[in-house]
Design a protein around this ligand. Structure first.
Ligand code: ZN
Length: 224
């Protein structure tokens, strides 16, 4: 699905995987649940691209639904891979960077506890560590914004030229706008709130979250 020129959302992948098109090749933001590589590569083919066109894969954080397809995608594409130090360490260990703990006694919580051991990402060593203020050569300059809270080393990416913010799971989108990271999967609520304020100040017009629809005319839709 085309969002704006040179920016696409891969349909049918959880969590949202975005494709950025530049002259030197493609950048992927996040890599979906394990097995998502098939859908992602098929979608690239539908855009007339090949796996070798993928130059960069950027991970917002180490949760399984964002890094599940990473190892096979990196192997298929030969792309360079990027994450923050904290999340890279977790990805290398094949686990998330914090304990997720959905609140309350519910079917969802029971399933979560029972199924957790069966859903693990393959340990993977990313190539490059990203930190606040670094800029990647995608969408006219893609700036790293550290947004801890959902996880300790969560990063967002901001492209000032198009006013596009990729916020990972620091905020979740729905039809009405953006919501905060959900309590049961939030490492630090206070830091998560700070990260929302920091992102609201960027002046993004379009927000691409890890979950839910793309949010346009984003000003005023931040969960402040
Ligand atoms: Zn997450």
């Amino acid at each position: 699905m085309e969002i704006i020129d040179n920016l696409y959302l891969v349909p049918g992948v959880v969590a949202n995987t975005y494709v950025l098109v530049d002259e030197d090749g493609l950048t992927l933001i996040d890599a979906g649940l394990p097995g998502s590589q098939k859908k992602i590569l098929a979608y690239l083919a539908s855009l007339g691209k090949t796996e070798k066109d993928v130059k960069r894969i950027v991970l917002t954080h180490s949760d399984l639904d964002h890094v599940g397809g990473l190892a096979p995608l990196a192997a298929a594409t030969g792309a360079r891979t990027y994450a923050s130090q904290i999340e890279a360490d977790a990805i290398a260990a094949g686990k998330a960077s914090r304990e997720a703990n959905p609140p309350g006694f519910s079917l969802r919580r029971m399933l979560f506890i029972l199924l957790a051991p069966f859903f693990k990402a393959k340990p993977f060593q990313v190539d490059e560590i990203l930190a606040e203020g670094q800029t990647l050569p995608a969408l006219g300059g893609l700036r790293v914004v550290e947004t801890p809270g959902h996880t300790p080393g969560h990063i967002s990416l901001f492209a000032p030229a198009g006013g596009v913010l990729f916020c990972g799971d620091s905020m979740v989108a729905n039809e009405n706008g953006l919501r905060s990271s959900r309590p049961g999967v939030t490492w630090d609520k206070a830091q998560a709130g700070e990260s929302v304020r920091k992102q609201a100040d960027l002046g993004a017009r379009i927000v691409c979250s890890g979950h839910g629809p793309v949010v346009v005319d984003a000003a005023g839709k931040f969960p402040l």
